[in-house]
Design a protein around this ligand. Sequence first.
Ligand code: CO
Ligand code: ZN
Length: 329
Amino acid sequence: MKELLQKLTAAFGPSGYETNVRELILETIKNDVDEYRVDALGNLITRKGTLKENGKRIMISAHMDEIGLMVTHVDEQGYAYVTNLGGVRPLNCMSNRVIFENGTEGMLCARDLENGKIPALNQYFVDTGASSRENCEVKIGDPCVFAGNFVDMGDRWMSKTMDDRIGCYIAIEALKELKDSPNEIYFVFSVQEEVGLRGAKTAAYSIDPEIGIALDVTMCFDTPGLVERNLKFGAGPCIKAKDGSLVGTPWLNNAIYDAAERAGIPYQIEVLRGAGTDAGAIALSRSGVPSSAISVACRYVHTPSEMVDVNDVNQAIRLLVEFVSHEIK
Ligand code: CO
Ligand code: ZN
């Protein structure tokens, strides 16, 4: 199991460049699903089971893409300047390493710390070791991601892409475990979430689900200095009441709480001031879809060192299997 997550988190896959991640996932699950297709944007849409009496068509979505940067221009000295692909905070860029798809690595730095202030993203450049534009291994339009190994810390795991390869991992493990269900379940591995929930939008249109669930990370508020203390490590998966993209559908959330209680799984209620997940896009598809999210509390989101609690991950898998295996009302 851990080896799979290690491979998933290591795969290169900034928004719009998810092919490596998709191929790895497809290889892992193609014998466990009844049908699969890749749509025009690159979403991997898989189906498990067929609709039975009292069943529902459910879309489960985990995004394959990770945040990254894209080269805007390379100057005469060979420094590559960048813009963001998704929610990259300038603060988290200072002095980090990045890696390009061709294997080129570089140091991400800014001209100066103006009076101790964090530079804007357009002041950052990648030093790939090049000495001129001509011998620079990267060019305009090339995407890169933070470098950050998978680290097994025992009860916790850390890597550059827990957001959202942990969601992909939960979906993979759940669909492998899943046996009988009255529901027709579409497990979607979506593209371009980090740039505006784009893949989930087209996938939801084509699936036309009756229920939408996103699997993603959420903020963990149990580290020093954070005001809100409502989400923490080890307290179980988080069920979405609200974020910047969605108000979780109350009857659906109640059905998820019931599933958790049935199976003796601890859970937390997730209220975020901002941010969003694929559930926000599914909810607004066609004439509207009752939607929510099952999230895993994650420390240091959108840094090269995103950290999750192993027990929370395992409980999220159990909760998802329990929830989709039964009639939902
Ligand atoms: Co994210
Ligand atoms: Zn995410």
